[in-house]
Design a binder for this molecule. Structure first.
Ligand SMILES: *[C@@H]1O[C@H](CO)[C@@H](O)[C@H](O)[C@H]1NC(C)=O
Ligand SMILES: *[C@@H]1O[C@H](CO)[C@@H](O)[C@H](O)[C@H]1NC(C)=O
Length: 549
């Protein structure tokens, strides 16, 4: 449910309202969401799912650049719940990020009203439940931010605009999966792949009209697997990646790593037939595949499962790296503002600090753990952002994770927080010495993916960087025994989660918080704690700021 209220009506309502950063000039959209359990059967077998207003996947959020979104989330589960907004940058407002380190969980039977502004953003994203392994049960949905009227979009208005939430699927209850991890084991292999909550091939279809062009937004909302997306017989023109308009190259299939989002244009230029839309696992021990039907409105042809096949490239890795490098920013296209995306010359800015991040897996006290630079993240009893806000000592220590991988010393368990100065310009190198694909995400930001290659990163690797038109996004893959380098301008004060999107690894420690700090303590740089903020842990007896209307 969502509706509009314009600035004038809003002003009359502020007295009663809870939101402290009212910006009357931008429209508001209101959502009232009830989170419940309900039976879902993506692979035909009934399972306990997490529904939003009775829906699985959850309702899609439609918004326009700069909109204020007021989302009242009522938790009717039997356990704490939080939603986070993958790729949506909350400017100056990490309180609303909805991850363990920023926001108190919504207790069962209670509600919390998020107030987000989608400031200076466009593009395709998704939201998901961030606690425990609830993501394995649903609770996720698409999140699109459209351009404001009058801001040029570098392609004609499509005839339709559809979201595909794809992901691997485990045929187990989310509480069981959590218990497996809590006992120190790895998760079993996923049993299926889903497209918009459906895992049985040909159980869903999309009707299209011949000759028309559609925009498809595809997000990998799964727990771990890289997925390949293709539409039989059709080419895809890539137009947007996580908020950046790209050079419009043609692909016959796309690798989408866990946590990533892409938009493509597809023209229905083939004979009137039905065509399979195929999603299949990549870099996986077990090949899983599902397909849904692209149905031309005049088609009389029925698809049978015999018509679905995928031919993986001979060298999966080289093929995928090559594709990743070909994804670039269209420098002359507009983003959320009318000026071209290329007007910010990231390649000419002096790097103030280089951080090298390497993952590791180990048994700690005979339980499986994962770490970044030798530190396996453990949650504290109080959200780190609240500890910071109320100056509660002893919850975390800034600098509890080193800037480089540790050579020895094994793995330590800490509430790891890396300190950084507001306005620093960081080079982050993800060095992957493991044999699996990794996917990393940074909340609150997007970064330029300046380079990736096989082997070990060295200073000489900088010669390979794309300092002109690299894509700016919030989630990047790091190939097996390879590296990926990104640049990020730390222009957003707050406590931001940097995590593996491989969910079991995130849950078992492969994450930390980046505390972007400004000594100015100015409302220009960061908002106050929202007045309705839930308080918990050692912040339970504190008081939220009192704002006079
Ligand atoms: C819970 O919802 C009610 C309205 O149903 C709202 O007035 C209240 O502010 C919400 N609580 C929080 C903490 O946002
Ligand atoms: C880049 O965007 C411009 C401006 O909208 C457009 O005219 C051009 O075709 C795009 N170029 C590519 C290569 O996608």
């Amino acid at each position: 449910m969502s509706w509009w209220i314009n600035g004038g009506v809003w002003k009359m309502m502020t007295m009663a309202m809870i939101i402290s950063f009212v910006q009357a000039e931008n429209p508001y959209r209101f959502f009232d969401w009830k989170i419940t359990y309900g039976t879902i059967s993506p692979l035909g077998i009934p399972l306990r799912g997490i529904l939003i207003n009775g829906q699985y996947p959850g309702p899609e959020i439609y918004s326009v650049t700069n909109d204020n979104l007021i989302i009242n989330v009522h938790n009717e589960l039997d356990q704490p719940f939080l939603l986070s907004w993958n790729g949506v940058q909350l400017r100056k407002n990490s309180y609303q990020d909805g991850v363990y380190g920023t926001t108190c969980p919504i207790p069962p039977g209670k509600n919390y009203t998020y107030a987000l502004q989608v400031k200076d953003q466009i593009g395709s994203f998704f939201y998901f439940p961030s606690l425990a392994v609830q993501k394995a049960a649903g609770g996720f949905g698409g999140f699109r931010i459209l351009s404001r009227p009058g801001i040029p979009v570098p392609f004609p208005e499509p005839a339709g605009d559809c979201t595909f939430l794809i992901g691997d699927w485990f045929e187990d209850d989310h509480k069981y999966l959590k218990a497996v991890l809590d006992r120190g084991h790895k998760l079993p292999l996923p049993q299926g792949v889903l497209i918009n909550g459906k895992g049985v091939s040909f159980s869903s279809s999309l009707t299209v009209h011949k000759g028309k062009t559609y925009r498809f937004r595809i997000s990998n909302v799964g727990l771990q697997n890289t997925l390949n997306f293709e539409i039989d017989g059709h080419e895809m023109k890539l137009v947007e990646v996580e908020g950046t308009h790209t050079v419009q190259s043609i692909y016959t299939s796309l690798d989408i790593h866990v946590g990533q989002s892409y938009s493509v244009l597809v023209t229905m230029d083939q004979p009137d037939k039905d065509y399979p839309i195929i999603v299949s696992t990549k870099f996986a021990a077990k090949k899983l595949l599902v397909s849904s039907i692209l149905h031309y409105s005049n088609s009389r042809h029925r698809l049978s499962s015999a018509s679905v096949h995928v031919e993986p490239p001979a060298d999966e890795l080289d093929w995928s790296i090559k594709q990743a490098r070909s994804i670039r920013t269209n420098l002359t296209a507009s983003g959320p503002r009318p000026n071209p995306q290329g007007s910010y010359h990231y390649g000419r800015i002096k790097i103030s600090r280089t951080v090298i991040l390497g993952s590791s897996a180990a048994l700690v006290k005979r339980k499986q753990r994962y770490a970044i630079n030798g530190v396996s993240f453990v949650p504290a009893d109080t959200p780190l952002k609240l500890a910071d806000y109320f100056k509660i000592n002893g919850v975390f220590k800034v600098g509890s994770i080193p800037d480089k991988p540790r050579r020895r010393g094994g793995m330590v368990m800490k509430t790891s927080v890396m300190g950084a100065q507001h306005r620093d310009f960081l080079e982050i190198v993800f060095q992957n010495r493991e044999k699996i694909v990794q996917s990393y995400h940074l909340d609150g930001y997007s970064f330029w993916v300046v380079g990736m290659d096989k082997g070990r990163w060295s200073h000489a690797s900088r010669r390979e960087y794309n300092l002109r038109d690299a894509v700016s996004r919030s989630t990047t893959q790091v190939y097996p025994e390879s590296w990926t380098a990104v640049y990020v301008a730390l222009d957003n004060v707050g406590m931001w989660n940097l995590r593996s999107e491989y969910w079991a690894r995130q849950y078992l420690g492969q994450q930390f918080y980046l505390r972007v700090y400004s000594s100015a303590h100015s409302l220009r740089d960061e908002y106050l704690l929202p007045k309705n903020a839930l308080l918990c842990g050692r912040a339970s007896d504190k008081h939220t700021p009192f704002i006079t209307p």
